[in-house]
Design a protein around this ligand. Structure first.
Ligand SMILES: [Zn+2]
Length: 433
Protein backbone atom coordinates (compact mmCIF):
# COMPACT_ATOMS: atom_id res chain seq x y z
CA UNK A 1 0.00 0.00 0.00
CA UNK A 2 1.26 3.46 -0.88
CA UNK A 3 2.44 5.68 1.96
CA UNK A 4 -0.23 8.03 3.24
CA UNK A 5 0.12 11.60 2.15
CA UNK A 6 -0.49 14.38 4.65
CA UNK A 7 -0.78 18.05 3.70
CA UNK A 8 0.42 20.54 6.31
CA UNK A 9 1.21 24.28 6.38
CA UNK A 10 4.96 24.86 5.89
CA UNK A 11 7.08 27.52 7.59
CA UNK A 12 7.06 30.70 5.48
CA UNK A 13 10.33 32.08 4.10
CA UNK A 14 9.43 35.47 5.67
CA UNK A 15 8.09 36.08 9.19
CA UNK A 16 4.76 37.85 9.78
CA UNK A 17 6.67 40.70 11.43
CA UNK A 18 8.93 41.24 8.41
CA UNK A 19 5.91 40.89 6.13
CA UNK A 20 4.02 43.72 7.83
CA UNK A 21 7.10 45.96 7.93
CA UNK A 22 7.65 45.57 4.18
CA UNK A 23 3.94 45.70 3.29
CA UNK A 24 3.71 49.15 4.90
CA UNK A 25 5.55 50.36 1.79
CA UNK A 26 2.63 49.51 -0.54
CA UNK A 27 1.22 52.69 -2.11
CA UNK A 28 -1.98 53.67 -0.29
CA UNK A 29 -4.11 54.63 -3.28
CA UNK A 30 -5.31 51.98 -5.74
CA UNK A 31 -5.24 54.51 -8.60
CA UNK A 32 -1.50 54.93 -8.04
CA UNK A 33 -0.95 51.19 -8.46
CA UNK A 34 -3.12 50.52 -11.52
CA UNK A 35 -1.63 51.25 -14.98
CA UNK A 36 -2.31 54.89 -15.93
CA UNK A 37 -4.22 53.97 -19.11
CA UNK A 38 -6.44 51.63 -17.13
CA UNK A 39 -7.35 54.37 -14.66
CA UNK A 40 -8.21 56.74 -17.51
CA UNK A 41 -10.36 54.08 -19.20
CA UNK A 42 -12.14 53.23 -15.93
CA UNK A 43 -12.88 56.88 -15.09
CA UNK A 44 -14.28 57.41 -18.56
CA UNK A 45 -16.51 54.33 -18.28
CA UNK A 46 -17.82 55.29 -14.83
CA UNK A 47 -19.04 58.56 -16.33
CA UNK A 48 -20.95 56.96 -19.21
CA UNK A 49 -24.41 55.41 -19.61
CA UNK A 50 -25.57 52.75 -22.05
CA UNK A 51 -22.14 51.12 -22.45
CA UNK A 52 -22.05 48.63 -25.32
CA UNK A 53 -18.46 48.86 -26.54
CA UNK A 54 -16.70 47.61 -23.40
CA UNK A 55 -16.89 44.46 -21.32
CA UNK A 56 -15.12 43.59 -18.07
CA UNK A 57 -14.80 39.84 -17.56
CA UNK A 58 -13.62 39.69 -13.96
CA UNK A 59 -13.18 35.91 -13.77
CA UNK A 60 -11.07 34.03 -16.37
CA UNK A 61 -8.24 31.53 -16.27
CA UNK A 62 -5.24 31.19 -18.53
CA UNK A 63 -3.07 28.55 -16.84
CA UNK A 64 -1.91 25.83 -19.24
CA UNK A 65 -2.14 22.04 -19.08
CA UNK A 66 1.50 22.13 -17.95
CA UNK A 67 0.34 23.75 -14.68
CA UNK A 68 -2.21 21.02 -13.91
CA UNK A 69 -0.89 18.32 -11.54
CA UNK A 70 -0.74 14.87 -13.09
CA UNK A 71 -2.99 13.35 -10.45
CA UNK A 72 -5.73 15.96 -10.88
CA UNK A 73 -7.76 13.66 -13.06
CA UNK A 74 -7.75 10.99 -10.36
CA UNK A 75 -9.89 13.28 -8.18
CA UNK A 76 -12.23 14.55 -10.84
CA UNK A 77 -15.04 15.94 -8.71
CA UNK A 78 -14.48 19.11 -10.72
CA UNK A 79 -16.36 17.61 -13.64
CA UNK A 80 -19.96 16.35 -13.69
CA UNK A 81 -19.73 12.57 -13.26
CA UNK A 82 -21.21 11.79 -16.68
CA UNK A 83 -18.19 13.53 -18.24
CA UNK A 84 -15.49 11.93 -16.12
CA UNK A 85 -14.44 9.29 -18.67
CA UNK A 86 -14.49 11.80 -21.46
CA UNK A 87 -12.45 14.18 -19.34
CA UNK A 88 -9.84 11.53 -18.56
CA UNK A 89 -9.32 11.03 -22.29
CA UNK A 90 -9.25 14.75 -22.86
CA UNK A 91 -6.58 15.42 -20.29
CA UNK A 92 -4.35 12.90 -22.02
CA UNK A 93 -4.95 14.74 -25.30
CA UNK A 94 -3.85 17.99 -23.58
CA UNK A 95 -6.45 20.12 -25.29
CA UNK A 96 -9.37 18.64 -23.31
CA UNK A 97 -10.84 17.79 -26.71
CA UNK A 98 -12.38 21.24 -26.78
CA UNK A 99 -10.35 22.49 -29.74
CA UNK A 100 -8.72 24.79 -27.17
CA UNK A 101 -4.98 25.01 -27.31
CA UNK A 102 -3.96 24.77 -23.65
CA UNK A 103 -0.22 24.95 -24.28
CA UNK A 104 0.24 28.71 -23.71
CA UNK A 105 -1.61 31.39 -21.73
CA UNK A 106 -1.46 33.74 -24.70
CA UNK A 107 -3.33 31.27 -26.90
CA UNK A 108 -6.05 30.89 -24.27
CA UNK A 109 -6.58 34.65 -23.98
CA UNK A 110 -6.60 34.87 -27.79
CA UNK A 111 -9.38 32.30 -27.90
CA UNK A 112 -11.38 34.09 -25.19
CA UNK A 113 -11.21 37.41 -27.02
CA UNK A 114 -11.97 35.87 -30.39
CA UNK A 115 -15.16 34.39 -28.88
CA UNK A 116 -16.21 37.81 -27.52
CA UNK A 117 -15.37 39.47 -30.80
CA UNK A 118 -17.48 37.02 -32.81
CA UNK A 119 -20.35 36.83 -30.29
CA UNK A 120 -20.69 40.60 -30.01
CA UNK A 121 -20.91 41.13 -33.77
CA UNK A 122 -18.37 43.95 -33.81
CA UNK A 123 -20.02 45.80 -30.93
CA UNK A 124 -17.04 45.58 -28.56
CA UNK A 125 -14.04 47.90 -28.81
CA UNK A 126 -12.28 46.36 -25.87
CA UNK A 127 -12.48 43.78 -23.09
CA UNK A 128 -10.82 44.04 -19.68
CA UNK A 129 -9.85 40.59 -18.42
CA UNK A 130 -9.30 39.54 -14.81
CA UNK A 131 -6.93 36.58 -15.10
CA UNK A 132 -7.02 34.40 -11.98
CA UNK A 133 -4.02 32.20 -11.32
CA UNK A 134 -4.39 28.73 -9.83
CA UNK A 135 -1.71 27.13 -7.65
CA UNK A 136 -2.75 23.49 -7.62
CA UNK A 137 0.62 21.87 -7.17
CA UNK A 138 0.69 22.20 -3.37
CA UNK A 139 -2.58 20.34 -2.89
CA UNK A 140 -2.55 17.80 -5.67
CA UNK A 141 0.19 15.26 -6.16
CA UNK A 142 1.81 13.84 -9.27
CA UNK A 143 3.94 16.83 -10.16
CA UNK A 144 3.47 19.37 -12.94
CA UNK A 145 5.27 19.82 -16.25
CA UNK A 146 5.73 23.52 -15.50
CA UNK A 147 5.65 24.72 -11.88
CA UNK A 148 4.08 27.84 -10.43
CA UNK A 149 7.29 29.65 -11.36
CA UNK A 150 6.56 28.93 -15.04
CA UNK A 151 2.95 30.04 -14.67
CA UNK A 152 4.22 33.37 -13.30
CA UNK A 153 6.39 33.68 -16.40
CA UNK A 154 3.36 33.17 -18.67
CA UNK A 155 1.39 35.83 -16.77
CA UNK A 156 4.28 38.28 -17.01
CA UNK A 157 4.49 37.64 -20.76
CA UNK A 158 0.74 38.32 -21.08
CA UNK A 159 0.96 41.67 -19.29
CA UNK A 160 4.21 42.80 -20.91
CA UNK A 161 3.64 41.82 -24.54
CA UNK A 162 0.11 40.70 -25.26
CA UNK A 163 -1.84 42.43 -28.02
CA UNK A 164 -5.16 41.48 -29.64
CA UNK A 165 -6.50 43.27 -32.70
CA UNK A 166 -9.48 42.12 -34.70
CA UNK A 167 -11.91 44.41 -36.50
CA UNK A 168 -12.48 47.37 -34.20
CA UNK A 169 -11.59 45.41 -31.07
CA UNK A 170 -8.23 45.99 -29.44
CA UNK A 171 -6.86 44.62 -26.15
CA UNK A 172 -3.40 45.22 -24.76
CA UNK A 173 -1.72 43.30 -21.96
CA UNK A 174 -0.45 46.42 -20.24
CA UNK A 175 -3.83 48.13 -19.93
CA UNK A 176 -6.50 45.44 -20.16
CA UNK A 177 -5.13 42.24 -18.63
CA UNK A 178 -5.38 42.39 -14.82
CA UNK A 179 -3.94 39.27 -13.16
CA UNK A 180 -4.73 38.02 -9.66
CA UNK A 181 -1.93 36.22 -7.80
CA UNK A 182 -2.87 32.80 -6.38
CA UNK A 183 -2.24 32.70 -2.64
CA UNK A 184 -1.92 29.21 -1.16
CA UNK A 185 -0.66 29.08 2.44
CA UNK A 186 0.93 25.72 1.58
CA UNK A 187 3.37 27.59 -0.66
CA UNK A 188 6.28 28.58 1.62
CA UNK A 189 7.11 31.66 -0.46
CA UNK A 190 3.65 33.12 -0.63
CA UNK A 191 4.32 36.13 1.64
CA UNK A 192 7.44 36.92 -0.36
CA UNK A 193 5.43 36.66 -3.60
CA UNK A 194 2.73 38.97 -2.27
CA UNK A 195 5.31 41.63 -1.33
CA UNK A 196 7.03 41.27 -4.71
CA UNK A 197 3.72 41.85 -6.46
CA UNK A 198 2.56 44.89 -4.51
CA UNK A 199 5.57 46.76 -3.03
CA UNK A 200 7.24 49.07 -5.57
CA UNK A 201 10.39 49.86 -3.57
CA UNK A 202 11.11 46.47 -2.06
CA UNK A 203 14.24 46.28 0.10
CA UNK A 204 14.65 42.51 -0.32
CA UNK A 205 15.27 40.75 -3.68
CA UNK A 206 12.00 40.37 -5.60
CA UNK A 207 10.64 36.84 -6.10
CA UNK A 208 11.65 35.67 -9.62
CA UNK A 209 9.16 36.44 -12.40
CA UNK A 210 7.01 38.75 -10.28
CA UNK A 211 7.29 42.36 -11.40
CA UNK A 212 5.73 45.21 -9.49
CA UNK A 213 2.54 46.30 -11.24
CA UNK A 214 1.72 42.97 -12.87
CA UNK A 215 -0.88 41.94 -10.29
CA UNK A 216 -3.99 43.87 -9.27
CA UNK A 217 -5.41 41.45 -6.73
CA UNK A 218 -5.13 38.02 -5.13
CA UNK A 219 -7.02 34.76 -5.59
CA UNK A 220 -8.04 32.39 -2.78
CA UNK A 221 -9.24 28.85 -3.47
CA UNK A 222 -10.14 27.29 -0.10
CA UNK A 223 -11.04 23.76 -1.16
CA UNK A 224 -7.40 23.31 -2.22
CA UNK A 225 -6.90 22.72 1.48
CA UNK A 226 -7.17 25.86 3.58
CA UNK A 227 -10.00 27.66 5.30
CA UNK A 228 -10.45 31.39 4.52
CA UNK A 229 -9.56 32.14 8.17
CA UNK A 230 -6.15 30.46 7.92
CA UNK A 231 -3.70 32.40 10.18
CA UNK A 232 -1.49 33.35 7.23
CA UNK A 233 -4.44 34.61 5.22
CA UNK A 234 -5.67 36.65 8.20
CA UNK A 235 -2.29 38.45 8.18
CA UNK A 236 -2.61 39.09 4.44
CA UNK A 237 -6.17 40.46 4.84
CA UNK A 238 -4.89 43.13 7.25
CA UNK A 239 -2.75 44.46 4.42
CA UNK A 240 -5.43 43.97 1.76
CA UNK A 241 -7.92 45.94 3.84
CA UNK A 242 -5.51 48.79 4.62
CA UNK A 243 -4.35 49.08 0.99
CA UNK A 244 -7.64 48.10 -0.68
CA UNK A 245 -6.12 45.17 -2.61
CA UNK A 246 -8.96 43.17 -4.22
CA UNK A 247 -9.45 39.52 -3.24
CA UNK A 248 -11.35 37.00 -5.33
CA UNK A 249 -12.41 33.98 -3.29
CA UNK A 250 -13.61 30.79 -4.93
CA UNK A 251 -16.93 29.89 -3.30
CA UNK A 252 -19.49 27.54 -4.71
CA UNK A 253 -18.26 25.50 -7.68
CA UNK A 254 -17.24 22.44 -5.70
CA UNK A 255 -14.62 21.09 -8.02
CA UNK A 256 -11.61 19.81 -6.21
CA UNK A 257 -9.87 18.99 -2.95
CA UNK A 258 -6.33 17.96 -2.02
CA UNK A 259 -5.16 14.55 -3.17
CA UNK A 260 -3.68 13.75 0.25
CA UNK A 261 -5.42 11.18 2.45
CA UNK A 262 -5.39 13.53 5.36
CA UNK A 263 -4.90 17.22 5.89
CA UNK A 264 -3.95 19.22 8.96
CA UNK A 265 -5.77 22.51 8.60
CA UNK A 266 -4.52 25.60 10.41
CA UNK A 267 -7.13 28.14 11.40
CA UNK A 268 -7.53 31.22 13.56
CA UNK A 269 -10.03 30.93 16.36
CA UNK A 270 -11.80 34.13 17.40
CA UNK A 271 -12.85 34.20 21.05
CA UNK A 272 -15.84 36.27 22.21
CA UNK A 273 -13.56 38.52 24.30
CA UNK A 274 -11.76 39.59 21.11
CA UNK A 275 -8.64 37.49 21.63
CA UNK A 276 -7.47 35.05 18.94
CA UNK A 277 -5.75 31.70 18.96
CA UNK A 278 -4.14 29.78 16.08
CA UNK A 279 -5.15 26.13 16.09
CA UNK A 280 -5.15 23.05 13.87
CA UNK A 281 -7.73 20.45 12.98
CA UNK A 282 -7.26 17.32 10.87
CA UNK A 283 -9.58 16.16 8.10
CA UNK A 284 -9.74 12.84 6.26
CA UNK A 285 -10.24 13.28 2.54
CA UNK A 286 -11.13 9.85 1.20
CA UNK A 287 -14.32 9.20 -0.79
CA UNK A 288 -17.40 11.01 0.40
CA UNK A 289 -15.47 12.67 3.18
CA UNK A 290 -13.51 14.47 0.47
CA UNK A 291 -16.73 15.73 -1.14
CA UNK A 292 -18.00 16.93 2.22
CA UNK A 293 -14.67 18.66 2.82
CA UNK A 294 -14.85 20.46 -0.53
CA UNK A 295 -18.36 21.75 0.10
CA UNK A 296 -17.54 22.81 3.65
CA UNK A 297 -14.37 24.69 2.68
CA UNK A 298 -16.11 26.58 -0.12
CA UNK A 299 -19.00 27.81 2.05
CA UNK A 300 -19.44 31.59 1.68
CA UNK A 301 -20.50 31.87 5.36
CA UNK A 302 -16.87 31.40 6.52
CA UNK A 303 -16.28 34.94 5.29
CA UNK A 304 -18.70 36.37 7.91
CA UNK A 305 -16.17 35.97 10.69
CA UNK A 306 -13.44 37.56 8.55
CA UNK A 307 -15.58 40.52 7.46
CA UNK A 308 -16.57 41.13 11.06
CA UNK A 309 -12.88 41.86 11.73
CA UNK A 310 -12.11 43.44 8.36
CA UNK A 311 -15.35 45.15 7.30
CA UNK A 312 -13.67 47.23 4.56
CA UNK A 313 -12.12 44.24 2.79
CA UNK A 314 -12.54 44.35 -1.00
CA UNK A 315 -13.84 40.92 -1.72
CA UNK A 316 -15.37 39.11 -4.65
CA UNK A 317 -17.35 36.01 -3.66
CA UNK A 318 -16.81 34.15 -6.92
CA UNK A 319 -19.46 32.06 -8.66
CA UNK A 320 -22.41 33.25 -6.51
CA UNK A 321 -23.23 29.72 -5.38
CA UNK A 322 -23.21 26.36 -7.11
CA UNK A 323 -25.93 24.77 -9.24
CA UNK A 324 -27.27 23.03 -6.12
CA UNK A 325 -27.30 26.33 -4.24
CA UNK A 326 -29.37 27.94 -6.96
CA UNK A 327 -31.84 25.07 -6.98
CA UNK A 328 -32.29 25.57 -3.24
CA UNK A 329 -32.51 29.33 -3.53
CA UNK A 330 -35.07 29.28 -6.33
CA UNK A 331 -37.21 26.72 -4.52
CA UNK A 332 -40.32 27.85 -2.68
CA UNK A 333 -39.21 26.39 0.65
CA UNK A 334 -38.08 29.28 2.85
CA UNK A 335 -35.68 27.04 4.85
CA UNK A 336 -34.03 25.80 1.66
CA UNK A 337 -33.53 29.36 0.52
CA UNK A 338 -31.99 30.43 3.81
CA UNK A 339 -29.36 27.67 3.86
CA UNK A 340 -28.33 28.01 0.20
CA UNK A 341 -24.91 29.41 -0.70
CA UNK A 342 -26.77 32.06 -2.70
CA UNK A 343 -28.45 33.46 0.42
CA UNK A 344 -25.14 33.24 2.32
CA UNK A 345 -23.54 35.28 -0.47
CA UNK A 346 -26.32 37.87 -0.44
CA UNK A 347 -25.77 38.25 3.32
CA UNK A 348 -22.07 38.99 2.70
CA UNK A 349 -22.94 41.57 0.06
CA UNK A 350 -24.35 43.80 2.82
CA UNK A 351 -20.72 44.76 3.50
CA UNK A 352 -19.88 47.81 1.45
CA UNK A 353 -16.85 46.47 -0.46
CA UNK A 354 -18.08 42.92 -1.05
CA UNK A 355 -19.10 41.87 -4.57
CA UNK A 356 -20.03 38.60 -6.27
CA UNK A 357 -19.24 37.41 -9.78
CA UNK A 358 -21.61 35.27 -11.71
CA UNK A 359 -19.22 32.95 -13.44
CA UNK A 360 -20.39 29.33 -13.23
CA UNK A 361 -23.93 29.86 -11.96
CA UNK A 362 -24.89 31.46 -15.24
CA UNK A 363 -24.49 28.41 -17.37
CA UNK A 364 -28.04 27.41 -16.65
CA UNK A 365 -30.60 29.66 -18.31
CA UNK A 366 -32.97 29.15 -15.38
CA UNK A 367 -30.31 30.66 -13.11
CA UNK A 368 -29.76 33.62 -15.41
CA UNK A 369 -33.44 34.44 -15.15
CA UNK A 370 -33.32 33.68 -11.41
CA UNK A 371 -30.58 36.21 -10.78
CA UNK A 372 -32.23 38.82 -12.96
CA UNK A 373 -35.36 38.50 -10.82
CA UNK A 374 -33.25 38.47 -7.66
CA UNK A 375 -31.72 41.81 -8.72
CA UNK A 376 -35.22 43.17 -9.13
CA UNK A 377 -36.26 42.12 -5.61
CA UNK A 378 -32.96 43.10 -3.89
CA UNK A 379 -32.16 46.52 -5.43
CA UNK A 380 -28.84 46.84 -3.59
CA UNK A 381 -27.56 43.86 -5.60
CA UNK A 382 -27.55 46.02 -8.74
CA UNK A 383 -24.33 47.58 -7.50
CA UNK A 384 -22.82 44.30 -6.36
CA UNK A 385 -22.98 41.66 -9.04
CA UNK A 386 -20.31 41.35 -11.73
CA UNK A 387 -20.10 39.50 -15.00
CA UNK A 388 -17.53 36.68 -15.21
CA UNK A 389 -17.15 33.83 -17.65
CA UNK A 390 -14.96 31.31 -15.80
CA UNK A 391 -13.27 30.74 -19.16
CA UNK A 392 -11.84 28.18 -20.00
CA UNK A 393 -13.41 25.99 -17.30
CA UNK A 394 -16.76 26.85 -18.86
CA UNK A 395 -15.77 25.36 -22.22
CA UNK A 396 -14.89 22.08 -20.54
CA UNK A 397 -17.70 21.70 -18.06
CA UNK A 398 -20.73 23.65 -19.01
CA UNK A 399 -21.25 24.62 -22.60
CA UNK A 400 -19.89 27.29 -24.84
CA UNK A 401 -19.01 30.79 -23.79
CA UNK A 402 -20.48 32.28 -26.96
CA UNK A 403 -23.95 30.91 -26.13
CA UNK A 404 -23.64 31.93 -22.50
CA UNK A 405 -22.53 35.47 -23.28
CA UNK A 406 -25.25 36.00 -25.87
CA UNK A 407 -27.96 34.70 -23.54
CA UNK A 408 -26.85 36.77 -20.55
CA UNK A 409 -26.58 39.84 -22.76
CA UNK A 410 -30.12 39.24 -24.03
CA UNK A 411 -31.54 39.06 -20.48
CA UNK A 412 -29.45 41.80 -18.80
CA UNK A 413 -28.61 44.03 -21.74
CA UNK A 414 -31.95 45.74 -22.29
CA UNK A 415 -32.01 47.42 -18.86
CA UNK A 416 -29.42 50.22 -19.19
CA UNK A 417 -28.65 50.53 -15.50
CA UNK A 418 -28.26 46.79 -14.94
CA UNK A 419 -26.30 46.40 -18.19
CA UNK A 420 -23.75 49.08 -17.27
CA UNK A 421 -23.32 47.95 -13.69
CA UNK A 422 -23.22 44.23 -14.38
CA UNK A 423 -20.97 44.17 -17.45
CA UNK A 424 -18.66 47.08 -16.58
CA UNK A 425 -19.07 49.40 -13.60
CA UNK A 426 -19.34 47.05 -10.62
CA UNK A 427 -16.09 45.35 -11.61
CA UNK A 428 -14.42 48.76 -11.94
CA UNK A 429 -15.63 49.66 -8.42
CA UNK A 430 -14.26 46.36 -7.14
CA UNK A 431 -10.90 46.94 -8.84
CA UNK A 432 -10.44 50.64 -8.32
CA UNK A 433 -12.90 52.46 -6.02
ZN1 LIG B 1 -12.81 30.00 -11.95
Amino acid sequence: MAAKEILITPQQSITFEEFHQLAAGILDRVVDRLPRNTVALFNNLLGRAGIKDTLVDIHCHAFTYKNIPRNFIKYPNWIPSQFVRKAAKLLVSKDFGTALDLSQSIKLVDELLRIYHDASVDELNTVVVGVLMMDMERAISGGVEQGFYGQLMEVKELVDNYQFNQGQMSVSGKSHILPFLAIDPHNKDVLHMFLSAFVEDLSIPRYPNIDYGTFQGIKIYPSLGYVPHHPLLMEIYKVCEAKQIPITAHCGGNRTHPSADKIIVSYRKFHPDGSVEDKTQSFILRGEEGDRFTKYFNRPEHWQKILKRHPDLKLNIAHFGSNDDWKLFLSTDINDRAKSGVQQTINLLEYKNVYADFSYSFYSQAHVNGIFNTLATHPFLKNKVMYGSDFYMCQIEKGTLADYYKYVKSVFGHDTEINDNFFVKNAIRFLMA
